[in-house]
Design a protein around this ligand. Sequence first.
Ligand SMILES: NC(=O)c1ccc[n+]([C@@H]2O[C@H](COP(=O)([O-])OP(=O)(O)OC[C@H]3O[C@@H](n4cnc5c(N)ncnc54)[C@H](O)[C@@H]3O)[C@@H](O)[C@H]2O)c1
Length: 347
Amino acid sequence: MEHDKKTILITGGAGYIGSHTAWLLAKKGFHVLVLDDLSQTSFFSSSFSHRWAEFVQGDYGDAQLLARLFSTYRITAVMHFAAFTVVSESVQHPLNYYQNNVSKTVTLLDAMVKHNVLTMIFSSSCAVYGNPLFVPLTEEHPCAPISPYGTTKYMIELMLKECEAAYGLQYVALRYFNAAGALPYEGLGEQHVPETHGIPLLLHAAVTGKPFYLFGTDYETKDGTCIRDYVHVRDIADAHHKALLHLVQHKNPSDVFNLGSGVGHSVKELIAAVEYVTKKELLVIPTARRKGDPAVLVADPAKAMTILQWNPLHSDLALMIQSAWLFEQSLEHVRKLGTKAYLQTNE
Ligand SMILES: NC(=O)c1ccc[n+]([C@@H]2O[C@H](COP(=O)([O-])OP(=O)(O)OC[C@H]3O[C@@H](n4cnc5c(N)ncnc54)[C@H](O)[C@@H]3O)[C@@H](O)[C@H]2O)c1
């Protein structure tokens, strides 16, 4: 099938950040081809039904499927989100992570090179840095990941660099900090299974009255809890669009960028903000620290702001929580109504 529009292949486009980016690219006039195996089954991915994207259910490590897609469509660039993403799980099952994140990326890159598709935007992570030697973290901070998950991201960054030298691949690796927020009116938001991220867990606690476990209250921070940098998923999507233009339109060189707001919030501040937005008092149970959680992770986003002209406009904490809260409430509606009924009422 031929399109006048430029086609962007989005691996993992049914997931949290991939689906928001797919939505934005469709709005910007691209033909969006989502490849996702729906392995991280959640309500929205298991019933992927967004009209603005063409959806292919499959494994991005399936060489035959990739050959078919690359020969059927004239693909301008690949945005590569698909991955396993839970740090603690990667410690327990590192080989699953090397298999799904690294080995399959070798297959994907091989298919791209064979079909002369030489542009990739890659979802990297602040997990590549390991324990910070200084904050805010700049891209020059040494990469010393402390989890298999972080190592898989760093290995892929190294592969991309070597593919650039060998095959002329052009790439941008975007190192996200903590993605947050939602586009509730588009039916998009965060719902990982299992959920390990703070904001959706807090919102779920607000809806259900179940406890929220606070990991670590003895960190060397202003209130003893971890400090993280939250960046709206809409701003991350925007950075992908800008990274695409950076490579394809402006023919700029490959590069690596932090995506964070540059502002740190402690978990206690997060709890207070969620209580303010939801108008509910949460049951918070302090517990021991989780392994592999650095005390502070805050980005210096100056490089993306200068070179990509990126501006994280939506990354105000209360507004991010507000959008995620609206989404969580729609999910609650789904849980009560059942998936089929919800989809019918929203057609
Ligand atoms: N969420 C964050 O805060 C954050 C922070 C840093 C980096 N990242 C990275 O961003 C990317 C997207 O994260 P997310 O939060 O949207 O995760 P997500 O789990 O919501 O989305 C990942 C998607 O990839 C799909 N997938 C996994 N393995 C696949 C395979 N072999 N073939 C096809 N599809 C497959 C899943 O079904 C899922 O829909 C990931 O690479 C993640 O490591 C996320």
